[in-house]
Design a protein around this ligand. Structure first.
Ligand code: BDR
Ligand code: CA
Length: 326
């Protein structure tokens, strides 16, 4: 088990998912104090995502971290069924992990989030790396949630860059636009880590092979999963590698990677059925004036992160194998 060096409490909400899996083992390797994990439908179903998460936690010897199953369907409409061409039929590149023995929490992911927010008022930090269904559901359960949360980091959206599901929409936001609209309309400190920055931080094949060769079963499993993800990204980048969306958001959330450009901007989400559905409309008009903080804006949009992000992610992830947090 890793020795925690950062006692701040974090809640992870994820749709595990291959890059979610790497984000999870990264957070464990970095010694993050994860007090709860929620799963949500996105890359795979919420139930499968929870099972993947629990299996990875078991491999890492961290079954002490509570996992709760979250929303299967978005707030409106039905779950699209997953992105098997990117993440495989089971969400983790069709890699078979050992059967899990434990069961998830009896409460929902939204209830677990609210429970932890009340337990750590003003301290809890949330990292959301899937569709925002559970975060919006938690807001509906506890309208005072923004006052209880120190910071909400979201991997999602596209500020100036193109989307990855439609010309303007990114997968996590497109997965539940109404939930995202409600989350961005609430008054809390948000750090948005969009495609603008995540597409520039790429894990290469030699990194994947280092994970695959690890004697730690969670790390070798993630290295195996990444092979599936890399196959998809060959079509994007022309070589076996992949953008590290979720691990980058995690690294920024825990403060291991600095955002070099993260201007405050007003963000609204298009939840209509038109061509802009799922777009994060980020008002970046401050660009020509050095991005002064717009009145009332509580969302910082990360545009540039430290170049060493991938080194940090590999270093801390591999630290899991030595049982010493990096
Ligand atoms: C996001 O969508 C999912 O496929 C990834 O896990 C990541 O959270 C990238 O658009
Ligand atoms: Ca994800």
């Amino acid at each position: 088990m890793s020795h925690s060096t950062d006692s701040r409490p974090f809640f992870l909400d994820c749709d595990t998912g291959i890059d979610d899996a790497l984000a999870l083992v990264y957070l464990l390797g970095a010694g993050t104090n994860l007090v709860g994990i929620g799963s949500v439908s996105g890359n795979t179903s919420a139930a499968q995502g929870a099972s993947n998460t629990q299996a990875l936690l078991a491999l890492a010897g961290r079954t002490d971290i509570p996992v709760a199953v979250g929303g299967h369907d978005p707030l409106e409409g039905s779950y699209h069924g997953g992105t098997t061409h990117v993440h495989g039929h089971n969400g983790i590149g069709d890699v078979q992990l050992p059967e899990i023995t434990g069961t998830p929490e009896a409460m929902s992911a939204a209830e677990l989030l609210v429970t932890m927010a009340r337990k750590y008022p003003g301290e809890l930090r949330v990292i959301a790396i899937g569709p925002l269904t559970n975060i919006a559901a938690a807001l509906r359960l506890e309208p005072n949630l923004p006052a209880l949360i120190a910071e909400l980091t979201i991997m999602g959206g596209a500020a100036i860059a193109p989307g990855n599901i439609t010309a303007v929409a990114e997968a996590n936001i497109h997965g539940d636009p109404l939930a995202a609209a409600e989350v961005f309309a609430a008054n809390w400190e948000i750090v948005l880590v969009p495609l603008d920055v995540t597409m520039h931080h790429v894990l290469e094949e030699d990194d994947r092979l280092r994970l695959l060769a690890s004697e730690h079963p969670a790390l070798s499993a993630v290295g195996d999963m990444l092979g599936y993800y890399f196959d998809f990204y060959i079509g994007v980048f022309g070589r076996p590698c992949s953008a590290m969306h979720d691990p980058l958001a995690a690294a920024i959330a825990i403060g291991r990677v600095e955002a070099l450009s993260a201007p405050y901007a007003r963000v609204i989400v298009d939840a209509t059925d038109g061509p802009g559905r799922g777009q994060t409309i980020c008002d970046m008009r401050g660009l020509y004036k050095g991005y002064p903080k717009p009145a009332g804006a509580t969302c910082r949009v990360v545009l540039i992160a430290q170049e060493c992000a991938m080194d940090e992610i590999m270093h801390s992830t591999l630290a899991l194998a030595t049982n010493i947090s990096a």
